[in-house]
Design a protein around this ligand. Structure first.
Ligand SMILES: Nc1ncnc2c1ncn2[C@@H]1O[C@H](COP(=O)(O)OP(=O)(O)OP(=O)(O)O)[C@@H](O)[C@H]1O
Ligand SMILES: [Mg+2]
Length: 598
């Protein structure tokens, strides 16, 4: 699934965060580079110290050699080889030599002639000591590191200078120097108790000849020093083999040390500078810690700043989006907040202008709509008034016709019948032919009178005025359906109540037309009239099981009659709901629903 940041606020925050990450990565790399350089500089500095110390010791050895050569050239020393030592002169001359711990004059066979301080080695020949032998054989001064095998002491520096007399060497002046006594000075002095930094002179096996470490420094000159092996001997031995200066790290955890090594030129020993790595690299390490801390603080600060900035930028946009969502919902009253002067503010301002114009247009439209509705209502009321007038006129005309039929035509026919009956009575016997004509005339008159009365009843059902809708409708339906041989089912539900006169009259006409249509068109077996007085409205239904017809919705009149159309108009006039449901072959149902008027 592809990850997508959809919210603008998150996008801005992410952008700032990525930018910061890139900058801080570059910055971090730069700092790491500086830290690396600083570490290298620290190592180089320690190496320099080791090299300087080594050079200084080399110079000290050369100086000691020169001293001994000078000593060997003294008259008193040369005479000492001739057999009779002049101890006083030698002792006096010895004072010239400050560096040496011991000085001895040996004859050509290596036997000690004189020594200071006096030692018990007088009888032993030192001819086989390599340093002595080299000096005697080559006739040149020789310097070497010598193990004093008898005791477990660190090796000492031995210097042998041949004594020249005539042809070959007449003997050797042999001087020894204990590093711990004579050459502590070239080593960098440290404040007492500094246990984390040490400069030492070590041999190829890593044994310490002299050291500035706190433990060794406590020992005074001339005291026996046990041989100690440098704790970093493994790395020192490796560097010793190459005979090249170098720096390395050795040890674990807090005991990890930075070890710098520089070999001496004259002797197979070297100078080691050791320092606890965490202290030697304190500055780069502190820098690294600070970088981490700074990076962390900067990350948090930038994240918070990015978030706040994103909020500042996107908040007005969110408000704008909310306002835009409100518009389609039709809420145009709430103004759009314009809180900024930048581009977002400009958009908000334009949008606010748009909202105001839209709200104005909508108000105008509503006003027009109301006006239009009022006009339509007015027109409709006018049409209704006209229709009511027409129906009133119709009803009035029907009344007038009914009255005339009743008062004039029916009376005339009745009078005619009376006269016919009188004429029939006046006929002399034997006038059967005339009597027959008069009887047929009377029968036709009676039929005509019946027809006139039916028309009068159709035009103005007296029962409606006198008794109300239900009896008038029942009377009409019974009479009308009987003429078409349709059985009537007449049902009334609920508590009958009287409606307003015009409403009742209109409803009667609607149902009268429906029943008439059943009689005229349906060819039905049963015609059903149902009147239900529901609590809030009256529902009247005229149903038949006849042939049915195709109902055309709207005002189109099916097949030319005006009955159905009249029904619709009347229903409309009294605010009734009219439903005409019919299908060819499936009967017809006419339903009228009128809410009671208060
Ligand atoms: N109950 C019904 N069953 C079958 N057809 C019907 C029924 N009622 C109406 N019709 C059909 O609908 C037509 C239109 O009826 P409408 O009452 O408007 O006119 P009419 O009865 O023919 O004439 P008028 O009512 O004007 O005397 C009728 O001609 C008839 O074909
Ligand atoms: Mg009709």
């Amino acid at each position: 699934m592809r990850f997508m940041v959809t919210r603008l606020r998150h996008q801005v925050t992410l952008g700032v965060a990525v930018g910061f990450a890139v900058i801080s990565t570059l910055f971090g790399l730069l700092i790491l580079n500086v830290i690396g350089q600083s570490t290298e500089a620290t190592a180089a500095e320690r190496l320099k110290l080791a090299q300087t110390t080594a050079a200084s010791i080399d110079a000290s050895i050369s100086h000691a050699l020169a001293q001994l050569v000078e000593f060997a050239g003294l008259e008193a020393v040369r005479q000492a080889t001739s057999g009779r030592a002049r101890a006083d002169a030698l002792d006096q001359a010895y004072r010239l030599l400050g560096t040496y711990d011991e000085v001895a004059v040996l004859d050509a066979r290596g036997r000690q002639v004189w020594a200071h301080p006096a030692s018990g080695r007088a009888a032993a020949s030192l001819r086989n000591q390599p340093v002595v032998r080299t000096a005697l054989d080559s006739g040149a001064p020789s310097v070497a590191l010598v193990e004093l095998a008898a005791v477990e002491h660190p090796p000492v520096v031995a210097v042998a200078v041949p004594l020249a007399s005539g042809g070959g060497p007449a003997g050797v002046v042999l001087g020894t120097i204990h590093f711990a006594h004579g050459w502590r000075a070239p080593l960098v002095p440290l404040p007492p108790g500094s246990a984390t930094f040490a400069t030492a002179v070590v041999d190829g096996r890593g044994r310490i000849l002299v050291t500035t470490s706190a433990q060794q420094a406590m020992d005074g000159p001339g005291q026996a020093e046990p041989v100690t092996v440098d704790p970093h001997a493994p790395i020192i031995r490796t560097m010793f083999e190459t005979q090249r200066p170098g720096v390395g790290a050795h040890g674990e955890g807090a005991e990890e040390h930075l070890v710098a090594f520089a070999p001496l030129g004259r002797l197979p020993i070297g100078v080691v500078v050791e320092e606890r790595q965490d202290l030697a690299l304190a500055v780069p390490n502190r820098l690294r810690r600070m970088l981490l801390l700074f990076g962390l603080v900067a990350l948090i600060a930038t994240s918070v700043a990015a978030w706040l900035h994103a909020r500042y930028v996107t908040r007005p946009l969110e408000h704008l989006a909310q306002a835009m969502r409100r518009i389609p919902a039709g809420a145009l009253d709430e103004p759009v907040l314009v809180s900024r002067r930048d581009e977002i503010g400009a958009v908000a301002r334009s949008f606010e202008t748009m909202r105001v114009q839209l709200a104005r247009a909508m108000t105008e439209r509503d006003r027009w709509e109301r006006e239009l509705e009022a006009r339509v209502r007015e027109r409709t009321d006018e049409v209704r008034r006209l229709l009511a007038k027409i129906i009133d006129a119709q009803e009035g005309e029907r009344h007038r016709l009914a009255r005339e039929l009743h008062d004039d035509t029916a009376q005339t026919v009745a009078t005619l019948l009376m006269h016919l009956a009188a004429l029939r009575g006046m006929l002399p016997p034997g006038q059967e032919a005339i009597a027959g004509v008069l009887d047929r005339m009377s029968a036709q008159g009676v039929r005509a009178l019946g027809e006139i009365r039916r028309v009068i009843a159709d035009l103005r059902p007296t029962a409606l005025d006198d008794l109300g809708l239900i009896p008038a409708l029942r009377e009409f339906a019974e009479a009308r359906l009987a003429t078409a041989s349709v059985d009537l089912s007449f049902q009334v539900r609920g508590e009958p109540r009287r409606l307003h006169r015009p409403v009742e009259a209109a409803l009667f006409r609607i149902l009268q037309e429906a029943v008439s249509n059943v009689a005229k068109h349906a060819a039905a077996r049963i015609g059903t009239v149902e009147i239900e007085f529901a609590p809030t409205r009256l529902v009247a239904t005229v149903r038949d099981d006849g042939r049915g017809f195709e109902v055309c919705p709207g005002p189109d009149r099916p097949r030319g009659g005006v009955g159905l159309e009249g029904m619709r108009e009347r229903a409309d006039l009294i605010h009734a709901r009219l439903e005409i449901a019919s299908r060819p072959g499936a009967g017809t149902s006419i339903r009228v629903e009128i809410p009671y008027e208060e």
